[in-house]
Design a protein around this ligand. Sequence first.
Ligand SMILES: *Cc1c(COP(=O)(O)O)cnc(C)c1O
Length: 430
Amino acid sequence: MTSELSVPELLALDREHVWHPYAPMPGVRPPYLVESAAGVRLRLAEPVDGVRELVDGMASWWSAIHGYAHPVLDEAVRDQLGRMSHVMFGGLTNEPAIRLARTLVEITPDPLQHVFLADSGSVSVEVAMKMCLQYWRSRGRPEKYRMLTWRGGYHGDTWQPMSVCDPEGGMHQLWAGALPEQVFADAPPTEFEPAYVEHLAALLGRHADEVAAVIVEPVVQNAGGMRFHSPRYLQALRELATQHGVLLVFDEIATGFGRTGELFGADHAGVSPDVMCVGKAMTGGYLTMAAALCTPEVAAGISRGEVPVLAHGPTFMGNPLAAAVANASIGLLLEQDWRGEIARIEKGLRDGLEPGRSLPGVRDVRTLGAIGVVQLDHEVDVAAATAAAVREGVWLRPFRDLVYTMPPYVTGDEDLARITSAALVAAQAG
Ligand SMILES: *Cc1c(COP(=O)(O)O)cnc(C)c1O
């Protein structure tokens, strides 16, 4: 099978049969065919513009924090494969999943004690929302079924998560009227503004009777626009949620595992949500797995209800292979000076991107932890910007008005400099 197809044949088949993210069918822009990956480099099946290897500035949508083909992660998968790759989670359990749950409980804020292992980030958000709605239903408050969030967020592409994504961000606008209608606050300002807290307070006060939970991405709104906000808003949300009797959900799928400079976004604010979602970097980018954690209060509320179970159970729930590599990935992260490494990356990104501030068409440059963003004053030409970065030997995937990077934490200083200079070239090209 493998050796029979040429690169043009593979790309023709891809175009004809394979749906890609946010793409039409058949595809219009040919993707780049990756043959293998190691460290922070992607190796293309054949050179494009004379370039065969790309320094990866995206970490495979922010998940491959230790880079590719890491010996420790490879070994963890191989070792688990020798035992079993999967067994069902209904009525059976497995050690990697149990260990993973224990670790997640240990490293997340204290009140989070219970772990639902889901098979993707979006599903973990579905589960988190179901937990919140069911909690209130079990407590005799079924009218509390809406979610409150702020604009500019992104929580996944399945139905319920779509309903709390930015309603005007473009991606899910089509579904206005068909999606559950949630309560939206204005997008959070970057700096702390008391007036914005008043806005949140007023909105929560007005809707407390129908709102089950507030859901936000803490500290950084990611796929909704790569916007940063003051952690003090999270403290305000915690107080307001408690005061108005609504639950608080942090979607840490993008921000978790060190990306923002703290282990979790919540740690910037020293607050604890009632429910937390993690995913993406959890398995080091090897396999798909996410989790929704909750407090004993939420779990007990659900389990004392009229239907005293959480009716959710994906086929691949608790997958031992994914859990084993997640355990290895979290272990690798915690045993190193991750704080020092993220600080090093933050400095590299800042040094490399700040000069972009004076370039024509650039509206803003911002960095936080291992996140570097160049925001343009226009919609980026994705194909042109991507091709420009590829010519520089770097993989970037811009969207909307943003050229950004979230590189693997193992990216060395020289490769970081390559990524940032390619980002500026891409920003000019797109
Ligand atoms: C990526 C992402 C999701 C969705 O995760 P998938 O694994 O792609 O389903 C949800 N929330 C946030 C904040 C994300 O960044």
